[in-house]
Design a protein around this ligand. Structure first.
Ligand SMILES: [Zn+2]
Length: 308
């Protein structure tokens, strides 16, 4: 008798951690949301509890799991699977969450041998798209635009990690030398010019409201505020420029987009694609991922499988 193969996806973000149970077809059949705790050692038992709840809800046992994929909002070293730079999870830097989770499951007598695969969150999302949404594509790029800008690169149906695991940090390509300061410390990174944070920063500086949020800038632009529209046009210009650089560098078959700012993509799409057209010598399709808000969790679950 063949058993259904289930995987667990864990997506550890700066503020929230999501845990999901995924079936063999790439559907999330149960999920839980947790607040991310600053200390990883305190977080792991809560994660195990959330897995237990998901399994219980669907009547799936630990023995039915083929593995756990864990993605984290930071770089992950190839080989050691230790977290590297993680500005939003500083206490996770240097931590090896896969090893620690395996040890915890062993200590609790749950499973001795359950594989746990760890990767950066945007890399995982890119692999989730390759596996579940675009199994026909060999080469693709995923760009997530939210508080920051992140990315993942699939080449020849393998995730591209670079030499140490820090590849695809597309948000830190400098697109405007001497431009606004990025949280990474450099000036003029793509993330400092075209993320949700950049939109709010420009809004605060130029719209006379020191409290204004990114959605409010979109709303003002929608209502016809000229300065708000100008801010979004500038952001769109840089989005198109970044897509053009990725196209020139990698010639992907498609660039997939995700992240919170994509909820407002309708307002950015026309000027961003116009900028792309001006700045790229050839164009590839650019579209939102159909995995939507689940791309992070499905990506984490997809790590259990052939990715490199
Ligand atoms: Zn940067």
């Amino acid at each position: 008798m063949s058993r259904t193969q289930y995987t667990i996806g864990i997506d550890v973000g700066g503020t929230r951690t999501r845990v999901g149970l995924c079936d063999a077809e790439g559907s999330l059949i149960a999920q839980r949301k947790l607040r991310t705790l600053p200390e990883p050692e305190a977080m792991l038992p809560q994660i195990v509890g959330a897995i237990q709840e998901c399994l219980g809800e669907q009547g799936v046992s630990w023995d039915d799991l083929v593995g756990i994929g864990l993605s984290v909002a930071g770089t992950v070293h190839v080989g050691t699977e230790r977290v590297g730079k993680a500005p939003n999870l500083p206490q996770w830097e240097g931590f090896a969450p896969g090893e620690a989770l395996q040890a915890l499951l062993r200590d609790q007598g749950v499973r001795d041998d359950l594989p746990v695969v760890v990767d950066n969150d945007a890399n995982a999302a890119a692999w989730g798209i390759a596996r579940w949404e675009a199994p026909q594509l060999e080469n693709l790029v995923y760009v997530t635009i939210s508080t920051g800008i992140g990315g993942g690169i699939v080449i020849g149906r393998k995730l591209y990690h670079g030499g140490g695991g820090s590849a695809a940090e597309v948000g830190h390509m400098i697109l405007k030398p001497g431009g606004p300061r990025c949280p990474c410390g450099k000036l003029g990174c793509w993330e400092a010019l075209a993320s949700g944070t950049a939109i709010a920063r420009e809004g605060r500086a130029r719209l006379g409201d020191p409290q204004i949020t990114t959605p409010q800038v979109f709303q003002l632009a929608h209502e016809g505020n000229r300065e708000a529209q100008k801010i979004l046009d500038e952001v769109a210009e840089y989005l198109g420029l970044g897509f053009a650089n990725l196209t020139e560098l990698l010639d992907p078959e498609t660039i997939f987009l995700g992240g919170g700012v994509m909820n407002e993509w309708e307002q950015l799409q026309t000027p961003a694609l116009a900028s792309y057209g001006r700045n790229a010598r050839w164009r590839v399709p650019i579209r939102s991922t159909r995995l939507g808000d689940e791309v992070g969790l499905l990506g984490a679950a997809a790590l259990v499988g052939d990715r490199d």
